[in-house]
Design a protein around this ligand. Sequence first.
Ligand code: 5GP
Length: 203
Amino acid sequence: MSKRKGILIIVSGPAGSGKGTVVKELVDSHTGIELSVSATTRAPRPGEVNGVHYHFIDKAEFENRIANGEILEYTTYCENYYGTPLKEVKQALARGKDIVLEIEVDGAMQVKKKMRNAVTVMLTPPDGETLERRLRSRGTETDEVVRWRLARAREELALIPKYDYSVVNEDGRAKECAELIYSIILAEHARTKRTKKIIKKFI
Ligand code: 5GP
């Protein structure tokens, strides 16, 4: 059997969509799927490990990597750079692994332009009230920050039509969402554009 090529899957979703939990569930329960570790200039939060949650680097190093073409896409968010290391993505795909990029909308659109076969998924909260409740329930942010995050979330959700798929994350349903995204990946592997070699066996 010929080795199948990996697929690049982008999962976006605003703060309050539950994206982190869903993506973790997806990669933890399916060994063929890897998570791309982004580079960022933001400081690590308590419990975050360099090389696991992010590659934490400084601004000069980040800009150097951009100049050297080592970053597939990047954006600035809350005055910090966030970007996807190109080499890791290429290596995973070459090994036949599916690779998930958990990135925001600007980056997602950059990747879609460069890699037309990438699959984009937007994870959404079920409705505006749930979104606001989830953002407020963290309890760690000021009212101003919550309002800013809500506005930013609405901007991101307005881009749903640009995505291939949208998946609704109801409260307590992270596992089901992860399985739905897994089904999308399986279906994408069966697309005729990805299985052109099969025809050669018959004609
Ligand atoms: P946080 O600081 O909460 O970890 O991430 C902030 C935002 O940056 C999230 O929406 C996250 O998905 C996004 N993000 C993380 N890594 C990348 C990346 O490599 N590229 C882009 N474009 N966005 C990223």
